[in-house]
Write a protein that binds this ligand. Structure first.
Ligand code: ATP
Ligand code: MG
Length: 260
């Protein structure tokens, strides 16, 4: 994960997804989405519930194919697609210990199990999980489960991370701590990040740019450059540039219909 800033990590042009349904009319979920993420850039994607954010991440991860449009994921080689994807639910396997969950992706792509375990155990402290390698998921807190899912994503060692509401289920304090910690990971690894969130403040505080989507069919409605220097302390939240970015995003979101 050591690519120069400025190179393109991800490029979407005119991406649309229409689902054909057996007994009801077709469902247009995404319409003509254009979106870029440069290497080492932190980008947030925000939009009304049901507008197609998770669908879009699934398309980028290659789990589904667009009906129309182009998705270009940089850094492709034979073994590794360019992205690591953390789905909206943590999907930890209940019968596997934390560390065995964490190495799942590495194992599936053929990495030696013992080597993967050693690598994961070395990373546990950085993820605040030291001493919990043998714990089963049901014995972990929500924050620990999310950090484990994030570690599993990072273990794939890809230059681009797709994170779908990684802090969705957390209280405000744990969430703030996790945001800081994610920024640390991002800085150290120079990864490109595309993060889905519902939290406008989180989007602005973390990101270089924020894309706001329309209601379904989702398309990009607004792109906001957050030109605030890093590292950002919590006082940045009172900066006029921060407040302005937040209000532009909120106004764009509030103008959309609420969907079921
Ligand atoms: N495989 C599928 N077949 C049919 N419809 C689908 C499929 N996957 C997603 N959808 C529909 O696409 C729409 C968008 O779903 P998606 O999960 O992408 O929204 P979202 O923006 O991530 O919402 P949330 O913010 O609530 O997570 C929904 O109406 C959903 O029912
Ligand atoms: Mg979603």
């Amino acid at each position: 994960m050591t690519s120069a800033v400025g190179q393109m990590a991800l490029q979407l042009r005119g991406v649309s997804r229409v689902y054909q349904q057996a007994s009801s009319p077709e469902l247009e979920v995404l319409r003509d989405v254009d979106l870029d993420v440069r290497s080492a850039e932190f980008v947030a994607l925000i939009g009304p519930s049901g507008c197609g954010k998770s669908t879009l991440l699934g398309l980028i991860a290659g789990l589904d194919a667009p009906t129309r449009g182009e998705i270009d994921v940089g850094h492709m080689d034979d073994l590794n697609a360019g992205v690591a994807y953390m789905p909206q639910r943590d999907l930890l396997l209940p019968w596997r210990s934390l560390v065995d969950n964490v190495i799942l992706g590495a194992e599936l792509r053929g990495e030696n199990r013992h080597a993967a375990r050693r690598r994961a155990l070395r990373l546990l402290p950085e993820f605040g999980l030291e001493g919990f390698g043998d714990a089963l998921p049901r014995t972990l807190s929500g924050g620990m489960r999310q950090r484990a899912a994030l570690l599993r994503t990072i273990m794939l060692d890809r230059p681009t991370l797709l994170l779908d509401e990684p802090f969705g289920a957390l209280d405000a304090l744990t969430r703030a701590a996790m945001q800081e910690w994610l920024l640390g990971i991002w800085r150290r690894r120079s990864a490109a990040v595309l993060l889905v969130t519902h939290d406008v403040e989180e989007a602005v505080w973390l990101s270089d740019r924020v894309y706001v989507m329309t209601s379904r069919p989702g398309s990009v409605k607004l792109e906001v450059n957050v030109g605030l220097p890093r590292p950002r302390g919590h006082e940045v939240r009172r900066d006029p540039g921060f407040v302005e970015a937040k209000h532009r995003i909120l106004d764009a979101l509030l103008a959309e219909d609420v969907q079921s």
